[in-house]
Design a protein around this ligand. Structure first.
Ligand code: HEM
Ligand SMILES: *[C@@H]1O[C@H](CO)[C@@H](O)[C@H](O)[C@H]1NC(C)=O
Ligand SMILES: *[C@@H]1O[C@H](CO)[C@@H](O)[C@H](O)[C@H]1NC(C)=O
Ligand SMILES: *[C@@H]1O[C@H](CO)[C@@H](O)[C@H](O)[C@H]1NC(C)=O
Ligand SMILES: *[C@@H]1O[C@H](CO)[C@@H](O)[C@H](O)[C@H]1NC(C)=O
Ligand SMILES: *[C@@H]1O[C@H](CO)[C@@H](O)[C@H](O)[C@H]1NC(C)=O
Ligand SMILES: *[C@@H]1O[C@H](CO)[C@@H](O)[C@H](O)[C@H]1NC(C)=O
Length: 526
């Protein structure tokens, strides 16, 4: 397992993804929190104390608790368990009491798909909650895989003795000091709920009146009050001051090394740095068959192609946008013009560059965690159908300096575009809901001289699972049927039936001739 040092600033641009990447989707969820084209992943934790207006609830705390309970049964020696979303199969266990876990996925479900696993979203949830609550930067790596079944039991409970609890942390790869830090950091937010642990908080369980007794006085901000109140003996942490000492797990854990770690956590900025470090290690605790990515850093230049399709004249409609990072004022969007210079499919450079227009809606600005800021320039061009397009460069001109910077996709020669097989957005549609299904028609166009063998539509259905809030992602392969010929292209169609919105791919026999990860969102009705 790779371990990165918790850094104050995100790593430099050198570690950026090469576009297009299978991580583009999760990069967008991570970076485009608010503003233009917002994904809104932080909405449920804004502000830090937000609980969807449900009494007793604090979403940021629930997200962090979810990650811990998912991770806690990791077996480092065997390489099993860890952050793998198996928690969602384990909610009938007393050790996973409460609605926190289902609530968490209830929000994550809007982001969950083949490119954003539930377990990566759990990790991103810890990072986002920590950031939104005023904690430090935690680097984000993606690549976690979701389990299809429950893992072993064994999350420590309030009445679990210290020896067993320590053994659980050790088994998962954490020392005694790590255990103390992880619990103290986790219990900075949220509290103990009367509906879940009435005996501990000594408030009757009334489903109509859930009372969360906070672990520290100000539990809507990520800070070391949990530690300083404990050391000052003023704490009201229910897992320290419960009348029944058997359930005082925090007290036993915090005392276990003679308060040494607690004292360390109380000094200076140690709490923030130690918590970022232990949370990072917590979310990067994964089964040994999972290879996490390098730290995901925001793209400096990120293209998004929203449409690449054949028009009636046999030319190619090429629409999309270019997102430029301007964090810390590294760019002045008002002083920039952006053009795309593209190469045709035979390698010829087109001297006519494609102009872009800065988006002004919502100020054209997108923001992420840690004051990340982006601006977006849109393009809408028609490309000669025969000559086509194979790649483009992004020319960024600083107007006041008359200086042009050429972005070549991490020195790979440009941003590649596949124009053999096109997804015909305007001829695709989603029909009216009938008997619980929507008919889906997907159209494609293929260059006649380069037909790559059978075309398949890969539809990813979300299939509900009994008793598990996370649906199964089930792929269905459907044959495309060839239809008319037009302007040197062969038109195709595939029909599917879906229960909800879906993501889909258009696949051929050749890996490099495909259109990946499209959504039904932009489709018109049939
Ligand atoms: C021995 C270890 C631990 C025990 C026995 C324990 C026990 C508990 C209990 C009983 C609750 C109340 C839950 C409810 O009322 O629904 C709770 C809440 C919470 N725990 Fe732990 N915990 C432990 C470790 C951790 C760790 C390591 C983290 C995170 C890193 C964590 C994060 C949280 C959070 C954020 C809450 C608040 C949830 C909310 O407000 O809804 N816990 N814990
Ligand atoms: C809810 O419970 C709290 C104690 O936790 C109590 O003070 C309050 O009066 C209760 N509210 C209602 C409406 O029952
Ligand atoms: C808190 O209580 C512990 C144990 O009773 C004691 O050793 C310590 O001195 C007390 N600390 C303060 C600040 O009163
Ligand atoms: C204290 O809590 C433990 C664990 O939940 C329980 O077994 C025991 O009966 C409780 N003791 C009292 C006096 O309530
Ligand atoms: C360059 O692009 C323009 C506009 O799409 C097109 O009219 C022209 O034929 C292209 N030239 C070459 C050499 O591809
Ligand atoms: C900007 O620079 C280009 C060459 O890079 C030059 O041809 C052009 O005249 C310059 N424009 C102005 C306004 O200085
Ligand atoms: C979680 O959601 C599943 C599926 O909706 C449901 O069957 C289960 O009872 C829920 N569990 C809890 C603890 O709310």
């Amino acid at each position: 397992m790779k371990r990165a040092v918790a850094a104050v600033l995100l790593p430099l641009v050198s570690a950026q993804l090469v576009w297009p990447s299978e991580w583009d989707e999760i990069e967008a969820v991570y970076t485009m929190m608010a503003g233009l084209n917002r994904r809104g992943f932080l909405d449920a934790v804004s502000p830090c104390g937000f609980g969807t207006n449900i009494q007793g609830r604090q979403n940021s705390a629930e997200w962090i608790r979810t990650a811990f309970h998912d991770m806690a049964t990791h077996d480092a020696a065997a390489g099993t368990g860890g952050v793998d979303a198996s928690i969602f199969f384990e909610l009938d266990r007393a050790e996973n009491a409460g609605s926190a876990f289902n609530n968490t996925f209830g929000f994550f479900s809007g982001f969950y798909n083949t490119r954003a696993s539930a377990s990566d979203l759990i990790a991103l949830g810890v990072i986002t909650s920590t950031a939104r609550c005023g904690g430090s930067v935690i680097p984000f790596r993606a690549g976690r895989k979701d389990a299809n079944q429950a893992g072993p039991a064994g999350v420590p409970e309030p009445q679990t003795d210290l020896e067993t609890t320590l053994a659980t942390f050790n088994k998962a790869g954490f020392s005694e000091q790590d255990m103390i830090a992880m619990v103290a950091c986790g219990h900075s937010l949220g509290g103990v709920h009367s509906v879940d642990f009435p005996d501990i908080v000594e408030i009757p369980a009334d489903p109509e009146n859930d009372t969360s007794v906070p672990f520290q006085t100000d539990n809507q901000r990520f800070h070391n009050g949990i530690v300083t109140e404990f050391l000052a003996n003023t704490t009201k942490n229910p897992l320290v001051v419960a009348a029944n000492d058997t359930v005082n797990s925090d007290k036993r854990i915090f005392e276990s090394d003679g308060r040494k770690t607690m004292q360390k956590l109380a000094e200076g900025d140690n709490f923030q740095s130690m918590c970022a470090d232990i949370f990072e290690r917590m979310i990067n605790t994964v089964p040994s068959d999972v290879q996490l990515t390098d730290v995901i850093v925001p793209y400096d230049v990120k293209p998004t192609i929203s449409q690449l399709s054949l028009n009636d004249e046999g030319n190619i409609v090429f629409k999309g946008d270019i997102r430029l990072r301007s964090t810390g004022g590294i760019r002045d969007p008002a002083d920039i013009s952006v053009n795309l210079v593209y190469t045709d499919r035979n390698g010829g450079c087109n001297k006519t560059s494609i102009p872009t227009r800065r988006v002004t809606f919502r100020g054209g600005q997108t923001t992420g965690l840690y004051d990340e800021t982006f601006y977006t320039w849109e393009f809408d061009a028609v490309i000669d159908g025969k000559r086509g397009i194979s790649k483009f460069l992004v020319y960024e001109t600083i107007i006041s300096e008359n200086k042009t910077i050429i972005h070549d996709n991490q020195a790979t020669g440009g941003y590649p575009v596949q124009d053999t097989l096109l997804y015909q957005l305007d001829q695709s549609c989603m029909g009216a809901y009938q008997d619980g299904r929507f008919p889906l028609t997907i159209a494609a166009a293929v260059r006649e001289e380069e037909v790559p063998g059978a075309l398949k539509l890969n539809v990813v259905h979300e299939v509900p699972r009994q008793g598990v809030i996370v649906p199964e992602l089930k792929a269905e392969l459907i044959d495309f049927k060839a239809g008319e010929r037009k302007n040197g292209w062969l038109m195709y169609r595939a029909e599917a039936s879906v229960a909800d919105t879906v993501k889909f791919d258009i696949l051929s026999d050749k890996d490099n001739i495909a259109v990946h990860f499209q959504g039904t969102g932009p489709l018109g009705g049939c």
